[in-house]
Write a protein that binds this ligand. Structure first.
Ligand code: TXD
Length: 307
């Protein structure tokens, strides 16, 4: 197993570190354009392996030859938000970056599975899919797991119960119109509406939608990275261990949920082949309308791409 992480910034380096400490790969390559930085971070991580008892060879690079033959490539390269910015404002710059990265990665690792993290997430995943020419099963974006984790954390805080016992799904695009599905939220199988009233749930849904900017406003110089890195690793682990996890990920829709030629977050079965199934769950009329609005916004942004 060989994994490449492109972008050695906050999310990329944290993701690489978790992958190494979880022993998920024999070889990990960290790529960034900043001279020397990925080599320094990679060597530092490599030197942690005798202490952690891992067997991962960690390589840093400013180019792509070292990435050849990767099984999985996680793309985190690109600008992050600062206070006052929307994810969509990153689109023009990050589309060029994700395009360049994909052009370098795809021919060197033609059988790889691509996991895109860069924002605006759904549009950047479309860019990687389009530029790579890979089948849709092998190109996906990470956002739903993070958004769902935020939602589960806030519910756990409100209820005073373990985050482990809260099951939930957040679908749609990774933007302010994402759709936390209250109808599929349970505490160990018991509907969430049994525990919380509508105003409390509405406030939690809103906080989930604003979860990214809440952190940006604290950090001021960048955006969240611990939970995003953990979320990307959960996807990698599902693939590496062929776990057949059911996770919300951004995938190319061809008629599913009434949408086509666009990427949006929906539940999928994730295993060694990548997207092994897209799971269509019935939505309430309200949720359906919210999903269509969110996915429609992504589609409109894809139409603005000049790649
Ligand atoms: O849920 C999600 N999908 C997200 C997405 C959650 C958190 C962060 N999200 C997005 O990921 C964020 O909006 C950014 O677009 C990316 C990366 O966020 P990060 O916090 O890691 O940003 P950094 O720390 O600025 O790191 C970005 C790195 C930095 O080191 C740059 O030098 C590098 O990307 N970079 C490049 N690497 C390789 N090749 C090119 N062309 C390149 N351009 C920049």
């Amino acid at each position: 197993m060989k994994i490449t992480v492109v972008g050695g910034g906050n999310v990329g380096a944290t993701c690489a570190h978790i992958l190494v400490s979880k022993n998920l790969t024999n070889e990990l390559v960290l790529v960034d354009i900043v001279e020397g930085m990925p080599m320094g971070k990679a060597l530092d991580m490599y030197e942690s392996t005798p202490i952690e008892g891992n067997d991962t060879k960690v390589v840093g690079a400013n180019g792509y030859d070292e990435t050849a033959g990767s099984d999985i490539v996680v793309i985190t390269a690109g600008l992050a938000r600062k206070p006052g910015m929307t994810r969509e404002q990153l689109q023009e710059t990050n589309a060029q970056i994700v395009k360049e990265v994909t052009q370098q990665v795809a021919p060197r690792s033609p059988n790889a599975i691509l996991i895109v993290v860069s924002n605006p997430l759904d549009v950047m995943t479309y860019v990687a899919w389009k530029v790579s020419g890979f089948p849709r099963e092998r190109v996906m974006g990470m956002a739903g797991i993070l958004d769902t984790a935020r939602y589960r954390t806030f519910l756990s805080m409100a209820l005073g119960v373990s985050v482990k016992d809260i099951q939930a799904l957040v679908l749609g695009g990774h933007g302010d119109s994402m759709v936390p599905l209250v109808s599929y939220t349970t505490v160990s199988g018991v509907p969430i509406t049994h525990f919380l009233d509508k105003p409390t749930l509405d406030a939690i849904v809103k906080r989930t939608r604003d979860g990214g900017i809440e952190i940006v406003n604290f950090l001021k110089t960048g955006s969240a990275y611990y939970a995003p890195a953990s979320a990307a690793v959960e996807m990698v682990e599902a693939i590496v261990k062929d776990k057949k996890r059911i996770l919300p990920c951004a995938v190319y829709l061809q008629g599913e949920y009434g949408m086509s030629d666009t990427f949006s977050g929906v539940p999928i079965k994730l295993g060694k082949k990548g997207v092994e199934q897209i799971i269509q769950v019935p939505l309430t009329p309200e949720e359906k309308a919210a999903f269509e609005k969110s996915a429609g916004e992504v589609k409109a942004n894809i139409a603005k791409l000049a790649i």
